[in-house]
Structure formats: C-alpha cells, structure tokens
Design a protein around this ligand. Structure first.
Ligand SMILES: Nc1ncnc2c1ncn2[C@@H]1O[C@H](COP(=O)(O)OP(=O)(O)OP(=O)(O)O)[C@@H](O)[C@H]1O
Length: 248
C-alpha cells in the first residue's frame, strides 16, 4: 500500500444524488502513483458516475476531489486535464474515419495548443504507438481495426496529454484473451513510468492480476478496500457478487 503522500488522486466523502437516488454514497478512495488501483462492483454500482465526478463532468452533491494534493472539486474538466488527469470512456469516443495515428495527433495538437514549447506531436505520437503496440495499425482507419485494439487507441490518445493519473472505464471489454494479456503488460509498462491508473473493469481476473489495491462499490458505497487477496477473501464482496456472472 502506498503512503498517503503518494496518492495522486483522492475522493473524500464524494456523494452524488440523482433526485432521490444516491448513485455514489460517501466514497473515499485513493489512486497512487506508479500503481494500478481497481474499482469494481456490479452493474449500476456507481463506478462511471464516480469517474464523471473525478473528471468534472458531474458536480458531487457532497465531498471533494483532490488531484496531486490540491482540491479540484470546483475546477472545469479541461483544467483538471491540464493538471494531469485523463480518462477513457466505456463507449469508444474515437474518430472512426481517421487513422489510428491521426486520432493521436488530434489529441496532441489540442494538448500542444495550451502548452509549453518543446512538445513535438509527431515524436510523441510515434513514441506512444510504439509503447502501446499500435505501430502495425498506425495508418489504418479506426473503423477498420478490431474493437479490442481500438480500446488501446483510446488509451494511447489519453496518454497524448501527458497525464499523471489515467482513469480507464472498462478498457478490456471487447478484447480477446490475447489482447487482454497484452493490455495487462501495457499497464505494467505505464505504471513503471510512474503513472497512476484507476481501472474500472468487469474482467475480474485482469483486475486481480494488475491491481495493487482494489475498491469495491456496491449500491454506490465502498463495500471493501484492500489488496486483491483481501478482496477475494472478503465475505461481503463474495455475497455482493453472488447471482451475477462475475466471480472474484
Ligand atoms: N444521469 C443519470 N440520471 C439518473 N440516474 C443515473 C444517471 N446516471 C446514472 N444513474 C444511476 O446511477 C447509478 C450508478 O450508475 P453508474 O453508471 O455510475 O454505474 P456503474 O457502476 O458504472 O455501472 P456499469 O458497470 O453498468 O457501467 C445507477 O443506478 C444508474 O441507473
């Protein structure tokens, strides 16, 4: 477990209500630098709503979001991005008729516009295509490549903004077993470079393999937090997953 000061991202007592429905209930979780933190839970548990709150797409009803030690609860999404926060979406949000390379370049051009000099979009694109294993499909349209690899394009595009924290919303959905294996290796390379990753994923074996810490949400609240082993052995977690297709 990382020390408090290693936490790049924290939610402190975050609650989100939709009318009378509490979608996220007093959630305090942390994401450490150089590690993958898992966020799991049955459908409707509040994972995506929590991501929306962290990135600023949704204001919490109560609680705060801290990024690199600063309260960003009232900051616009683009300002949080400027402070090193990036995400991917459950539904792919790519330009389907652009090549893989151009999808990255667009993100790089936008990033460069608001940035210091010395950010070379072409160089960074090539570096990321290599790092993410996409070089062989770089010049193909995104609509032409398998969904599993398009998910990696989303990750690569998010990395164009040079984030310190990356939120991944079901990145392995639609991936073959082999693609998921390669994806796990990619996550290892990214955290080795110091990136903090928060992984929302229904592929529980993947979560258990790559995460150093896992938070379990159920009905909007944190049901359990711990190492993969602690989570797997937690009776409340096992009970929450009974009756679903997922196993811990
Ligand atoms: N805009 C909204 N208005 C009203 N209720 C919403 C809204 N968005 C989400 N909800 C509700 O909030 C709860 C949490 O939804 P959320 O999508 O965050 O869950 P999730 O854990 O990401 O689920 P999944 O694993 O299916 O993606 C659900 O009960 C959902 O129906």
């Amino acid at each position: 477990m990382a020390d408090e000061q290693d936490l790049l991202l924290e939610t402190r007592g975050v609650t989100v209500r939709f009318g009378g429905h509490v979608a996220v209930d007093d959630v305090s979780i942390g994401v450490a630098a150089g590690a993958v933190t898992g966020l799991i839970g049955p459908n409707g548990a509040g994972k995506t709503t929590l991501f929306d709150t962290i990135t600023g797409l949704r204001r919490p009803t109560a609680g705060q979001v801290h990024l690199a030690g600063r309260d960003v609860t009232r900051l616009a999404p683009y300002k949080r991005a400027g402070r090193g926060l990036a995400r991917t979406f459950q539904r792919l949000e790519l330009f389907l008729s652009l090549s893989v390379r151009d999808n990255l370049r667009v993100a790089g051009d936008i990033h460069r516009a608001g940035r210091r000099r010395g950010f070379d979009v072409g160089e960074r694109t090539d570096e990321l295509l290599e790092l993410t294993g996409l070089t062989d499909v770089a010049d193909r349209d995104v609509s032409d490549i398998p969904t599993g690899r398009a998910r990696v394009v989303e990750v690569a595009r998010a990395l164009m903004t040079e984030p310190r924290v990356l939120l991944l919303d079901e990145p392995a959905s639609g991936q073959t077993e082999q693609e998921t294996e390669e994806f796990a290796a990619l996550l290892g390379r990214l955290t080795a470079n110091g990136l903090g990753i928060c992984l929302v994923e229904h592929d529980i074996p993947l979560v258990m393999k790559v995460c150093s810490r896992v938070h379990v949400l159920d009905y909007g609240a944190v049901l359990a937090s711990g190492t993969p082993r602690e989570i797997r052995e937690n009776p409340a977690v096992i009970a929450a997953y009974i009756g679903t297709e997922e196993t811990v």
